[in-house]
Ligand binder design. Structure first.
Ligand code: PMP
Length: 445
């Protein structure tokens, strides 16, 4: 395809110019700005099923799914109807409502936690879970893993993944803020270890475990690209409890995505606290944290750890979440279909790249996948440092080829893509046709 035949982006460009005048960088969340891949961010007019339509009327096959929430595809009729029906009763009450109880009953029943508290974003969920862990244990340090992203609370913007992955990394065990505006004193309360390095975790725990309130982790990482934990690392995570440390699984991305019981259910992990977001709001703003009753009952008004929210338990978000979880529960074959699609996509990408002389290393699990542009055996990319060796310029070139062919991939090498129930075999073939042409366009051979 020549540049002349590419669809116009004039309206997106004009909107981006207007947006830059009134919003920092023209976007309300950094990765949307296409900084690492270049080109004009597409302003999206509408989305249905597996497709997005931008302001210029160009239709794209969507592999972002709003960064995870849209597991059923966009504008799913049952979710739309649930929101519409809730809407007729008003949009926010600042008082309890039945839908909050129903969603809490659903989440506790499916996941096995005793209690859940709803908030408005994944960031709020992890921030609140950490405050709770500190309040419960009376300890002040937390431990996270390099390249894991848990939202943008100050103490978590330390060696963080996702949009921050281009920032410099510090030494293990030390805390380097990933953002300006995070005082070193805050960052110093966050210890950092390498993901998938059980020995490093054991060593740090032996030295500092008695001071640590919680270890927070992505049970499958999506925010350094997809990284899958090894059984040895999972065992080391369980061992942190020997030091009186709470284990917090951040399932904001993986919850209800990798299975009904999330990544922890799939991998046989039993955390003390779990954070959710994305899917449990069915595309509306939501987050949640939950766990054992004795820990959760430390949350106000029951206990001494304060946490609140004007719009928490919002009736529209609860309705969208309930409708989404109801469909997921009622269609047990869905996760298998998503996994099959993603597996075929992974195989297809590998062979398309190979034919063009491009070398890839693909990590995938369930409906999450990252194709790292680097020469490493499949499955061998396990840490932030492994992922960071990828050729981001080659990825950016490939991304632009794909976008020009109507395939909207995640605009960063260090993100997962998300397959939804709305993706069809036809979409899969179209993706692989585009990928073949895009790899050939990279001129690897
Ligand atoms: N935790 C994880 C694992 C995430 O992937 C994200 C967002 N991508 C967050 C927390 C933060 O969620 P939010 O953007 O809703 O604040």
């Amino acid at each position: 395809m020549t540049t002349e035949s590419l669809p116009s982006t004039a309206r997106s460009e004009a909107l981006f110019a207007r947006a830059r005048a009134v919003t920092p960088g023209g976007v309300n969340s950094p990765v949307r700005a296409f900084r690492s891949v270049g080109g004009t961010p597409r302003f999206i007019r509408e989305a249905h099923g597996a497709h997005l339509t931008d302001a210029d009327g160009t239709r794209y096959l969507d592999y972002i799914g709003s960064w995870g929430p849209m597991i059923l595809g966009h504008d799913h009729p049952a979710v739309r109807e649930a929101i519409a029906s809730a809407l007729t009763g008003g949009t926010s009450f600042g008082a309890p409502n039945e839908r909050e109880v129903q969603l809490a009953e659903t989440v506790t029943r499916i996941t096995g936690v005793d209690r859940v508290r709803f908030v408005n974003s994944g960031t709020e969920a992890t921030m609140s879970a950490l405050r709770l862990a500190r309040g419960f244990t009376g300890r002040k340090y937390i431990l996270k893993f390099r390249g894991n992203y848990h939202g943008h609370a100050d103490g978590l913007l330390v060696e963080a993944g996702s949009g921050l992955m281009t920032n410099a990394a510090g030494a293990l065990g030390q805390a380097a803020p990933s953002s300006a505006g995070v005082p070193q004193e805050y960052a110093a309360l966050t210890l950092v270890s390498e993901y998938n390095d059980p020995a490093a975790l054991d060593t740090l725990m032996a030295e500092r475990g008695h001071e640590v309130a919680a270890v927070i982790f992505e049970p499958v990482v999506g925010n350094a690209g997809v990284l899958i934990p090894t059984p040895e690392f999972l065992a080391a995570l369980h061992r942190v409890r020997e030091h009186g440390v709470l284990l917090i699984a951040d399932e904001v991305m993986t919850g209800f995505r990798l299975s009904l019981k999330g990544a922890t259910g799939l991998l046989g992990l039993t955390p003390d606290l779990t954070c959710w977001g994305k899917i449990i709001g069915g595309g509306l703003p939501v987050g949640a944290y939950g766990g054992r009753a004795d820990v959760m009952d430390f949350v106000s008004p029951q206990g001494p750890v304060y946490q609140a929210g004007t719009l928490s338990g919002n009736p529209l978000a609860m309705a969208a979440g309930l409708a989404t979880l109801e469909i997921l529960e009622g269609d047990p074959g869905l996760y298998g279909r998503l996994e099959a699609y993603t597996g075929t996509l992974a195989d297809g990408l590998r062979s398309a790249a190979r034919e063009a002389g491009v070398i890839l290393s693909v990590n995938h699990i369930g409906s999450m996948l990252t194709a790292f542009h680097q020469d490493a055996p499949d499955g061998s990319i396990r840490t932030y440092a492994d992922a960071a060796r990828s050729d981001t310029a080659a990825f950016a070139g490939w991304f632009q080829h794909m976008l020009g062919r109507g395939i909207y991939w995640a605009p960063s090498q260090f993100e997962s893509i998300f397959v939804s129930g709305a993706h069809t075999d036809h979409d899969l073939n179209a993706t692989l046709d585009a990928a073949r042409a895009a790899y050939a366009g990279l001129g690897g051979a």
